[in-house]
Design a protein around this ligand. Structure first.
Ligand SMILES: [Zn+2]
Length: 213
């Protein structure tokens, strides 16, 4: 399995393409592609590596994570998924954009809601879901046990955590999600790929993250 990171849009949000290099089956996690340049760069990368996008998944409904959904759904003709508890944010993406001076293309309908226990097949691998509310009510992380990787959205960052002052955010809920849904079940050597900034590991954050001491 391979991970390609595209930091995109004015928020420098990490959009990930996670794919199986044997079968070419891939998924886009948080398609925040904003400019034509960003969109073309993604399309070229997928063409070059013969990647067929099977799923588009939003870790949550904030503007920087969803603003390229219309582009991605149209371009790759793949179903898009989000947790139902963040639908209110997803549906308000255009309004969220106004607050930041960013024009958002009308959001496409959601193909399905994600529930914990769901999984997405990519080649022989299985990407599973865990619900991690706190940064937003419907925040989720995606993980692949075979590769020991977790795509954690804005739940946790290297030496930081997601903000909790946006609608539906809650500080205690977020810390509880990190402790019981990430730190507890996953070994220290799992890699964490967050929605902003560089990747880290469960072990490094357990030892060093100032919010979780
Ligand atoms: Zn966010």
């Amino acid at each position: 399995m391979k991970i390609k990171t595209f930091p995109v849009n004015p928020f420098q949000m990490n959009s990930y393409v996670y794919y199986c290099e044997n079968t070419g089956e891939g998924m886009i996690i948080d398609p925040g592609y904003y400019t034509k340049y960003e969109q073309d760069e993604l399309t070229e990368y997928l063409n070059e590596h013969n990647i067929k996008i099977k799923y588009i998944v939003n870790t949550h409904g904030h503007i920087d994570h969803v603003l390229g959904n219309a582009f991605a759904v149209e371009q790759f003709q793949a179903p898009n998924f989000i947790h139902e508890d963040d639908l209110f944010l997803y549906n308000r993406a255009e309004h969220q954009g106004l607050l930041y001076g960013i024009q958002v293309t009308k959001m496409p309908p959601v193909s399905g809601f994600i529930t914990p226990g769901d999984s997405f097949a990519l080649g022989n691998n299985k990407v599973e879901i865990v619900h991690t509310p706190g940064h937003s009510p419907g925040g989720i992380c995606l993980y692949d046990r075979a590769e020991k990787v977790i795509f954690c959205g804005d739940t946790i960052f290297r030496l930081s955590i997601g903000r909790t002052d946006l609608p539906g955010g809650d500080y205690d809920t977020l810390l509880n999600s990190i402790r019981t849904k990430l730190f507890n079940p996953f070994d220290d050597d799992y890699a964490l790929f967050p929605g902003h900034m560089e990747s880290t590991t469960v072990g490094y954050e357990k030892a060093n993250n100032p919010f979780l001491k």
